[in-house]
Design a protein around this ligand. Sequence first.
Ligand SMILES: Nc1ncnc2c1ncn2[C@@H]1O[C@H](COP(=O)(O)OP(=O)(O)OP(=O)(O)O)[C@@H](O)[C@H]1O
Length: 274
Amino acid sequence: MPDQADSAGGTETAGVAPTPPPAVRVEGLWKRFGEQVAVAGIDLELPAGKFIGLVGPNGAGKTTTLSMVTGLLRPDMGRIEVAGHDVWRDPVEVKSRIGVLPEGLRLFERLSGRELLAYNGRLRGLPGAEVDKRATQLLDVLDLAGAQHKLVVDYSTGMRKKIGLASALLHNPEVLFLDEPFEGVDPVSAQTIRGVLERYTRSGATVVFSSHVMELVESLCDWVAVMAAGRIRARGTLTEVRGEAASLQDAFLELVGAGVRDTGDSLDWLGGAR
Ligand SMILES: Nc1ncnc2c1ncn2[C@@H]1O[C@H](COP(=O)(O)OP(=O)(O)OP(=O)(O)O)[C@@H](O)[C@H]1O
């Protein structure tokens, strides 16, 4: 189980195990960048202990939402709780309970992979020996042991994702937020990451990840939220969101109203006589 699990915000009845609070509770969340409304007043509850996919077309507001939920971007309006704690009133408590793999991950490039994990582990207040043990196991499982002394600046895109994931998992968070974790990752590494995340959710922890790849979401997630134009269009178990559609991809296209665009005559020069 996660190190810091408790029943904050949950409900307790005599003799019955307390219901854990939702992993994330969002109420009336707004964010605007100038004229552009990125997130238009969303309400959302993400259940604890699930593998949750946040999906939506480009520009739907997924990254903006995840940035606000993880305390990286201040909302214009609204309230966010993670594991029963208010993200903006109680940021230290929340940050000790979450792990984040953000979009456009920035890492300390002049540290080696192992040094980066050691630095993160100490920052999280873990004892040195424990950091060493966990780092060795994560490097090994994520197939980075051979590159552990290489500087992060020399890592490939997929290796950067994997060391970012190891950093986000090192303190055994209660909720893990991943923005496009499989982008740029080869199929073998993707399978490894998948295995690590499945093991992690089986222990009762929650994964929230954003992706465009519907097949991936369909095969990994038990719970899905579909976002488009700053609003939540559907939410629920995979079966609920898929409804009558043959696949999540079909349901998604229907929900976001995205007919495949007919190019008509507009690209008639492409592939024509040169
Ligand atoms: N810092 C910013 N300044 C101005 N506009 C922004 C900023 N960040 C996001 N936006 C705008 O807000 C909207 C939502 O963007 P966001 O990155 O949250 O979408 P997304 O669903 O993560 O998209 P993608 O799948 O393409 O990554 C877009 O219209 C985007 O142009």
